[in-house]
Design a protein around this ligand. Structure first.
Ligand SMILES: Nc1ncnc2c1ncn2[C@@H]1O[C@H](COP(=O)(O)OP(=O)(O)OP(=O)(O)O)[C@@H](O)[C@H]1O
Ligand SMILES: [Mg+2]
Length: 300
């Protein structure tokens, strides 16, 4: 759908100071038809990457290339992209409907198209009841919903959503994720940034991960998890391990219980010892790292 080729961005805050590298030689390719999570901690460079992608700011070096399926020239390409900014700027004196009309007109839609798409998405995003209110009376979550309607009104092939789930309550997050899944099933490509890993895990097959402006992974989430998954087990017994497993794994006391973390290669030995010494097993399970564990381990 698009690719980043060795994109770097430096910001110069002070003439005498060394410029700050917000993006450092980032290259990746985003395949069409997927929901792709753009992950990274605060300040990792996600919004900078999105602004470069959308042509709002120029990279210091490197380039972005769009697939021909999005269009032949810049204006055709940008009509096929819907964008929800991180901090949507809304004109406070417009009503919700006027704002949708304005975005629709910018995209060269007819009023009939705006009405059809706008009312469809406003209903799906549960903001239709407020379309006659001025935006100054919208809550944060309501503005977020309206921003999503605006991003969808021109029926884009590619959606770029910068932190779409922030500012939403748990139900709102679920509704947004459901709509993202629906859009993906209709063949749309979604690229969305987040630092909430569990949200990304729920909807994305592919991820692009930045750490301090550098790319640390791009591609399948499953591959990432598989490649980094530990082969460790956790055994909890009712009692004290200290005499029993001094040479195996690592133990920790948890009140009356004790926990042993051990490697797959020690499994048989541990099980044998447990049965020989007649220990009371509270639980025994394979440790499945969360996406969070894995991502924090990548950079190390
Ligand atoms: N115009 C600018 N001038 C100077 N520095 C900037 C500018 N824009 C961004 N930066 C810096 O670039 C870095 C990356 O910022 P960016 O907004 O891309 O991060 P982010 O990954 O979107 O973070 P968040 O999760 O908080 O939204 C930050 O250190 C930020 O201060
Ligand atoms: Mg950001």
């Amino acid at each position: 759908m698009f690719s980043f080729h060795e994109v770097s961005k430096e910001f110069r805050t002070d003439f005498w100071e060394k410029p700050f590298r917000a993006l450092d030689n980032v290259s990746f390719n985003l395949r069409a038809g997927n929901i792709v999570g753009f992950l990274g901690a605060n300040g990792a460079g996600k919004t900078t990457g999105i602004k470069i992608l959308l042509g709002f700011i120029k990279p210091t070096s490197g380039s972005i290339e769009f697939d021909s399926s999005l269009g032949k020239n810049r204006s055709e390409i940008f009509k096929n992209i819907g964008y929800l900014p991180e901090r949507p700027y809304f004109y406070a004196d417009l009503t919700g409907q006027e704002f949708i009309n304005y975005i629709g007109q910018l995209n060269d839609l007819t009023q009939a198209e705006i009405n059809k798409n706008g009312s469809h998405w406003a209903k799906s995003l549960k903001i239709d009841f407020a379309l006659n209110r001025k935006l100054r009376f919208y809550s944060k979550g309501m503005l977020q919903r309206l921003g999503f309607v605006a991003a969808l009104v021109a029926d884009p092939k590619l959606l770029i959503l910068d932190e779409p789930l922030s500012g939403l309550d748990p139900l709102g997050r679920k509704e947004f994720k459901d709509i993202m899944n629906l859009l993906s099933s209709e063949g749309k490509t979604i690229f969305f940034s987040s630092h909430i890993l569990s949200d990304v895990e729920e909807v994305s097959k592919d991820v692009v991960i930045l750490e301090s402006g550098k790319l640390v992974h791009s591609g399948s989430l499953q591959e990432l998890v598989k490649g980094k998954a530990t082969k460790e087990y956790e055994l909890v017994i009712d009692g004290d391990f200290s005499e029993n497993f001094s040479k195996l794994g690592s133990t920790k006391k948890l009140g009356e219980f004790s926990k042993l973390i051990f490697n797959e290669s020690e499994y048989v030995q541990v099980v044998e010892e447990v049965s020989k010494k007649n220990l009371n097993i509270e639980s025994l399970k394979k440790i499945t790292p969360t996406l969070e564990d894995i991502i924090y381990r990548i950079g190390v």
